[in-house]
Design a protein around this ligand. Structure first.
Ligand code: ADP
Ligand code: MG
Length: 497
């Protein structure tokens, strides 16, 4: 097949330098500067976006505050639901354009963007659209010391202006993970997409405007971490920050947030253990494990990057993994035949290549992959890569790579295995492949991770909590848990004597 044509709507969307979205209007950046967006499949720039700086952060936060105290506060819960359902419908109606924009700036296969990420985004917004009318307080039977009759009840209020800083691996759905609860709880937002993938967030802003969501409720600043993200996370008039990204930046954000004690939720890195027990259906386990690491070019915080295989099924599993790696067609995401696109950037490609080289030096055995496919030039491609690390001593057994590289290790004793699986500073996800019910639940209970997948991987649902133990983050997103993170609870006492 061939590279698909750029849709006319997308061409038009990309034809002019993109402005910032502040207070319901498209405005020039105060710096007057723009920066290019690169297509990682070709290494060529194809769009210009505004470079937001501190003055723009001030403007956007003021607009969000204004909406928070003004127009948005008057919108009833039922109307918030209606606006959110309208937004979900507009996302679905624009799915092809959104998918193509994602594929252009992120590199992932168009089908994965259009049929995967865009659909997930609409589903998240629709799930949260059910929440506005269900965020309830309670009445509490208190026991005042003087014995006077006392009414005590709680009110749930929006936490206020939220800074949302998101990464490039799922540039649209990551916005929805945060905008869903923002809109549901009646908060307002300043959203900063990653500098590698700013375009789809701007397209989403157009849909937010079209849905009739009041001006200033969602503001979008395109820019870099140092000039836009840092002033946003330190801003005194921001009430909460929600961040998804690297553990290093998460640590900086937590420190910046301490200035005004803004609420913080963090979704950070991972190095997730994926365990195959000897009784598992190996064909299925290997397929699930390959998908768990190769999906999205391995650029997933929950990537199944440490694969622990029982020694009795090691050879068979390696053979299956090799087969799945070879089955991938690596190439530009806009060629619908390809199942794996480029990595997001030259920088990311260099990081992944660096890990491959170090792993070889440290004695890991390369089973397959490890290089850019020979026929592809210009883009940041990397073959699906499988390493066997007999000693569990290579850097690739410990550090997050964020690329299509799995480190396979074997095990024999189950108690020791659980210890090895938990021996990491991360705690985002883990998985077990087995048909033994008792083992499955026993190991699931022992794994220190926010998500545990049994006979599956990367299952995430807007109704179910998601987040990390240890250095993988603070708090939980999705489900009813995330509503708490975007609301303040007020306790009201009324003396009835
Ligand atoms: P990666 O290194 O994989 O690109 P990052 O954690 O650096 O991941 O980036 C995630 C998001 O955090 C991006 O939107 C980026 O611009 C932003 N960011 C980077 N540095 C900072 C910072 N110091 N303060 C706030 N945001 C930042
Ligand atoms: Mg970074």
């Amino acid at each position: 097949m061939a590279i698909m044509d750029i849709f006319s709507d997308v061409q038009q969307f990309l034809s002019e330098p993109k402005k910032l979205f502040i207070g319901g209007e498209w405005v020039e950046p105060s710096s007057g500067e723009y920066f290019p967006v690169e297509n990682p499949a070709t290494g060529q720039n194809f769009a210009q976006v505004s470079m937001a700086v501190e003055a723009d952060v001030d403007r956007a936060v003021a607009a969000a505050r204004n909406a928070q105290e003004g127009a948005w506060a008057k919108v009833q819960p039922a109307e918030r639901s209606r606006l959110m359902i309208r937004l979900a419908e507009l996302i679905e109606a624009d799915a092809e354009n959104l998918g193509q924009i994602i594929s252009l700036e992120n590199g992932k296969p168009y089908t994965n963007a259009y049929k995967g990420e865009v659909v997930i985004t609409a589903n998240i917004i629709r799930y949260f659209a059910g929440w506005p009318s269900k965020i309830e307080g309670s009445t509490i039977p208190v026991s005042p010391r003087g014995g006077e009759p006392m009414l005590n009840y709680t009110l749930r209020e929006p936490v206020g202006v939220c800074a949302l800083i998101v990464p490039w691996n799922f540039p649209l759905s990551m916005c929805a993970w945060k905008l869903g609860p923002v809109l549901a709880t009646g908060c307002t937002a300043v959203l900063k997409p990653a500098e590698q993938t700013p375009l789809v967030a701007l397209r989403l802003a157009e849909l937010i405007q079209k849905a009739g969501i009041p001006a200033g409720v969602v503001n979008v600043l395109t820019g870099f971490g140092d000039r836009a993200g840092a002033p946003l996370s330190a801003h005194d008039d921001v009430d909460k920050i929600a961040f998804t990204g690297s553990t290093g930046v998460g640590r900086m954000i937590a420190k910046a947030a301490a200035g005004n004690m803004k609420k913080v939720s963090l979704e950070l890195g991972g190095k997730s253990p994926n365990i195959i027990l000897p009784d598992a259906d190996i064909v299925r386990a290997a397929k699930g494990s390959a998908d768990g690491i190769f999906y999205n070019q391995g650029q997933v915080c929950t990537a199944a990057s440490r694969l622990y295989v029982h020694e009795s099924v090691l050879d068979q599993t390696l053979e299956e993994l090799r087969k799945h790696a070879a089955a991938h067609l690596v190439g530009p995401g806009l060629d619908p035949a390809n199942t794996m696109g480029p990595l997001v950037s030259r920088e990311q490609h260099g990081i992944v290549k660096g890990y491959v080289d170090r792993a070889l030096n440290e004695g890991a055995e390369l089973i397959c992959g490890g290089k850019a496919p020979a026929h592809l030039e210009g883009g940041y491609f990397m073959e699906p890569t499988v390493f066997l690390d007999r000693q569990e001593q290579a850097c690739i057994a410990r550090e997050e790579i964020f690329g299509p590289v799995v480190t396979v290790m074997s095990w024999s004793d189950v108690d020791e295995l659980v210890h090895r699986a938990n021996n990491t500073p991360f705690g985002l996800a883990a998985g077990v492949w087995t048909n033994n019910l008792k083992q499955a639940h026993t190991i699931a209970a022992k794994l220190k991770a926010g998500s545990v997948w049994i006979n599956c991987w990367n299952v995430v649902d807007p109704a179910s909590p998601f987040g990390g133990y240890k250095q993988s983050g603070w708090g939980r997103e999705m489900g009813k848990n995330v509503i708490d993170a975007y609301t303040e609870t007020k306790s009201v006492f009324v003396d009835l004597s």
